[in-house]
Design a binder for this molecule. Structure first.
Ligand SMILES: C[S@@+](CC[C@H](N)C(=O)[O-])C[C@H]1O[C@@H](n2cnc3c(N)ncnc32)[C@H](O)[C@@H]1O
Length: 220
């Protein structure tokens, strides 16, 4: 394994705001489940999750803009997440945490009603049919989100991928969920400047290839 990756893994272990619970710890009862506000953030502010946060640019970008909210980035790739953890530590940000783990396990990480809002930024599109239930906007994932969010919680999705975007719109239509915003090209849309302003690593890559960035916002 590359030396730098190993260094990042080692440093992740030292961050007080970086969590990577083992599966047995999750099933025995994760210590912060239901206690993120009281024990970790030490405030009663709303909690926003970024699912598949990669390097965590969106999590840290929102946290700078909204110091009155708490933000948690989740991903399975610890070496990528190191970037966001390091940036937020160096900036002394108190409203950011990262969890290395699978989104499938969020029910072990958060209690019912603990989460206010979700962002899904440039998720893996998983175009092959057998993998559709692994897409982060599949009915199976929406059900997991319902188990940890407040009623009426908002979900935001940003993607370059037409197939994933259309699939997500179809799930929303079939479940008759309220669609609050929807654009096939963020750059042609006035009034969504903040959604455009924070750009993740993958967003920059897709933009460099000329892709239009799609965005939607809906209620669970
Ligand atoms: C295409 S990358 C986008 C990363 C980041 N959001 C960005 O825009 O730069 C997708 C990310 O989702 C993560 N991911 C995919 N499925 C996941 C899952 N089920 N649980 C946790 N992370 C997941 C991957 O590890 C990867 O970092």
């Amino acid at each position: 394994m590359a030396k730098r990756k190993l260094q990042h893994f080692a440093e992740n272990d030292t961050f007080p705001h970086f969590f990577q619970p083992y599966y047995h710890q999750l099933i025995e009862g994760f210590e912060l489940k239901g206690r993120w506000r009281d024990v970790f953030f030490k405030n009663q502010n709303p909690i926003t999750l970024e699912l598949g946060c990669g390097k965590g640019e969106f999590t840290t970008g929102l946290a700078v803009r909204y110091p009155e909210k708490n933000f948690i980035g989740i991903d399975i790739k610890g070496a990528r997440m190191w970037r966001g953890a390091k940036t937020s530590q160096e900036a002394g940000m108190q409203n950011v945490a990262f969890i290395r783990g699978s989104v499938e396990h969020i029910g072990f990480l958060f209690a019912a009603g603990e989460v206010d809002e979700l962002w899904i930024t440039f998720p893996d599109p998983l175009p092959n049919k057998p993998k559709t239930k692994k897409r982060l906007t599949s009915p199976q994932f929406l059900e997991r989100y319902r188990q940890i969010t407040k009623p009426d919680a908002t979900i935001h999705l940003k993607t370059d991928n037409d197939g994933f975007f259309e699939y997500s719109l179809e799930v929303i239509r079939l479940q008759q969920l309220p669609l609050i915003a929807c654009t096939f090209d963020l750059d042609k849309e006035a009034g969504l400047t903040e959604v455009s302003a924070i750009r993740t690593h993958y967003e920059e890559m897709f933009r460099a290839k000329g892709a239009a960035i799609k965005y939607l916002k809906f209620k669970l």
